[in-house]
Design a binder for this molecule. Sequence first.
Ligand code: NAD
Length: 486
Amino acid sequence: MTHPAQPKASHFINGAYVEDTSGTPIPVIYPATGELIATVYAATPAIVEQALASAAAAQKEWAKWTGTERGRVLRRAADIIRARNHELSVLETYDTGKPLQETLVADATSAADALEYFGGLAGSLTGEHIPMGDNWVYTIREPLGLCVGIGAWNYPTQIACWKGAPALACGNSMVFKPSETTPLCALKVAEILCEAGAPAGLYNVVQGMGEVGGALVTDPRVAKVSLTGSAPTGKKVYAAAAAGMKHVTMELGGKSPLIIFDDADLESAISGAINGNFYSSGQVCSNGTRVFVQKGIKEKFLTRLAERVKAGAVLGDPQDEAVNFGPMVSENQMNIVLGYLEKGQAEGARLICGGKRAEMDGFFIEPTVFADVTDEMTIAREEIFGPVMSVLDFDSEDEVIARANATEFGLSAGVFTRDFARAHRVIGQLEAGSCFINSYNDAPVEAPFGGVKASGVGRENSKEAIKHYSQVKSVFVRMGDCEAAF
Ligand code: NAD
């Protein structure tokens, strides 16, 4: 019997599901059991062409709609997503293995937030009037054209909408390629946008690996590329886009610091460290995986943290709402993380809890805490993308700021302290794009999200995203005669 997660076809192009089984098969594995639940096929060159051609054609018409009309479609799509939240969350859980307890409140819902927010902004996107004495200049905020979105596997519905919603609001069209690890959810987004009244071809989804992504990025019809992925992929995609002088948004990886001063509320700081390391089983780009704890509270922090992790983490079938800790997205990702667990111990970190694969079906790894981690250890330098928290100790504010910044990455940073002057002083000096004070990993659509240094270029969400999906034409208007030297 066909599993309910199996989509009608692999791709969604020009307003309809499209199949082409001559592409490379992509098995979809439920990470909680290892069972095959669906198969899709990578896009062939003919499928890529169909998607790009229909997106290019749809964009020309869509750009003629008023902003209010465009916004209405996005807001309708948000309403449909909210009405179907349960069913979409179940699918997200099949796609990623993240617990339903999480997906019910974080995935389709945040996708709906993005559609609603950018739908609301669409009608207010305007240029400006610049008086120049008798003459004047006006500006027109124009769409970029055909945009390509390429997703990572950790938040497939959210990523599809964090890219699609601002792109469409500004009058662009999109071809979105989900991660080959989680190909299912973006198809639903495309289907729902059509149901909400988006013209055929405006938002298309094609499946495939890096090769398909590469074909999209280098096509001359494409004006912009927005990638969510790892830093190495980001460097390749950025370079390929640069060759065609295309706009980019790069949402890449991180190794973010979470700094806990000894005056912090201990339970609250531990909650921050748990949210910043174990939500989505640690598969979150902005995670605060280097937890710097001031020496005075170190042992108290570790004891209480271990108690809370051991008592609180409920591993099991992610479709069971009582479960709050799911598997790694894939066997491959599980093996990568297991490699880091070995390295952490081999390089001398002290294991506080976890440290191994859980004894059950699926790709589960126990929530793991290492203490006595030093800046040089591999687990303190490389992005692990799994449930592995590294606790490092520090003495002074200046020392911890310097150590926190000593990384190629700069996505996020957090500070826990009761001293607000210190909180702002420290955050002001941290090299990161998305920061938190006495909290961790909040990502409301109203706030800009993105990184500095090797963590990326550009911002998603908020009014900032509009700048990355539109360009400004300026028009000088002379009211009198135009004069020349000869
Ligand atoms: P990945 O870099 O392996 O792949 C990301 C996407 O790029 C996939 O869809 C993949 O098929 C595609 N791709 C790979 N090579 C390509 C190429 N040459 N040209 C075009 N496309 C290509 O990343 P992943 O393993 O899917 O996701 C995990 C990574 O994503 C982590 O590093 C994580 O930190 C990052 N991430 C960042 C954010 C953010 O917003 N900053 C959010 C989630 C995940």
